[in-house]
Design a protein around this ligand. Structure first.
Ligand SMILES: [Mg+2]
Length: 284
C-alpha cells in the first residue's frame, strides 16, 4: 500500500485529489483550456459565524489573480452571494462571477440575469420583510435579502429557539410554496429561498461551458473543474461529471455527492490552487 489515502463519504469512495496529483497534472497538460469554477463560502474561505466576516486572504487572492491571468484558463466563482458582494470580496479582474446560486452571471465581456428571477424580485422583497418582522424577537436570526434570492441565517440562534425559528419560517413560506412561487434549499445553518425557476449552479455552469465552447477554437479540448462544499453545489457536480470534468467536494461531511475527488478543507483548496497554478504556468 502506498501513502494514498481514500475517504469514504456515504457509499462513495472519494479520493483526495492532492494524492493523485501526477495523474491530474498529466490531464491538465493534455488540455488546451481549463474552466476552473469554485464556490466561495466553505470552499475558498472557512465557514464563519457571521457570513460578512468570510474574507479571502491576500495570498489566496494572489493565487486567483495568477490563475485568472493565464490565457489557458477561464476562472469563475459560483456562489449564493450577490455579484456585488463577490466582487467586493474577491476584487480580481478577468473572473466570471456567478451570484445568487447562478441566477446572475457577469463575465469580463457579458452579463446575464435569469428573467424569471428578475420578475420575482418584488415578491421576494415583501417575503423578506414579512420574515424579518416575524423573527424580530429571535436573537441571532437574520434575513439576508439578496435581491434575486433570500437567505435566513440561524447559525447564531440559541439552540432552544431553533424550533421556533423553524415554525415561523415554515408558516410564512408555506403559502408561497403551495402556490409554487418559491423553492427552499437548506444550506449550512441557513435556508435559501429562491424563485421557482429551474436554474441553479448547475444550469449556470452549463451556460458558461456552452459560451466558452463557442468562443474557443473548434476541437479545442476544454476541461471543467468545479469545487464546492454544500448541497447547493451538487447540481454543479452533476453537470461537471456529465462534461467529463473534475468535480471536487470540499469537506468531510457524511453527504453523498457524486464527485471525482475531494479536499478536506479550504486549506487544502489553497494547496490545490497553488499546485494548479504551477502546472498551467508551464502550459502557457
Ligand atoms: Mg459553500
Amino acid at each position: 500500500m502506498g501513502c494514498r489515502y481514500n475517504f469514504i463519504i456515504g457509499r462513495i469512495d472519494m479520493k483526495n485529489i492532492l494524492s493523485y496529483w501526477d495523474a491530474i497534472a498529466t490531464k491538465i497538460k493534455e488540455t488546451e483550456h481549463i474552466l476552473l469554477l469554485s464556490d466561495y463560502d466553505g470552499t475558498l474561505t472557512p465557514i464563519v459565524e457571521k457570513p460578512e466576516l468570510a474574507n479571502l486572504s491576500s495570498q489566496v487572492k494572489e493565487y486567483l489573480r495568477r490563475l485568472a491571468g493565464n490565457s489557458c484558463m477561464t476562472l469563475g466563482i459560483v456562489s449564493g452571494r450577490t455579484l456585488r458582494d463577490l466582487r467586493e470580496r474577491i476584487g480580481v479582474d478577468n473572473i466570471t462571477y456567478v451570484g445568487n446560486h447562478g441566477l446572475e452571471i457577469e463575465g469580463p465581456d457579458f452579463s446575464f440575469v435569469n428573467p424569471v428571477a428578475r420578475e420575482a424580485e418584488p415578491f421576494l422583497h415583501s417575503l423578506s420583510e414579512e420574515l424579518s418582522q416575524a423573527l424580530v424577537m429571535i436573537k441571532g436570526a437574520r434575513v439576508d435579502n439578496k435581491g434575486l434570492t433570500l437567505s435566513l441565517h440561524y447559525r447564531l440562534v440559541d439552540e432552544v429557539q431553533l424550533g421556533e425559528v423553524d415554525r415561523i419560517f415554515h408558516r410564512i413560506v408555506a403559502p408561497s410554496l403551495i402556490s409554487d412561487k418559491i423553492r427552499i434549499t437548506p444550506s449550512k445553518k441557513a435556508y435559501d429561498i429562491r424563485p421557482a425557476v429551474d436554474w441553479g449552479k448547475g444550469r449556470a455552469i452549463e451556460f458558461i461551458v456552452q459560451r466558452l465552447n463557442k468562443k474557443l477554437a473548434k476541437g479545442n479540448k476544454l476541461l471543467v473543474i468545479f469545487l464546492g462544499d454544500d448541497v447547493t453545489d451538487y447540481d454543479g457536480f452533476y453537470v461537471v461529471n456529465q462534461n467529463k470534468g473534475i468535480s471536487i467536494f470540499v469537506g468531510e461531511e457524511s453527504a453523498e455527492p457524486e464527485v471525482s475527488y475531494f479536499l478536506r478543507s479550504p486549506n487544502e483548496v489553497y494547496q490545490f490552487l497553488s499546485m494548479l497554478g504551477g502546472v498551467v504556468e508551464l502550459n502557457k
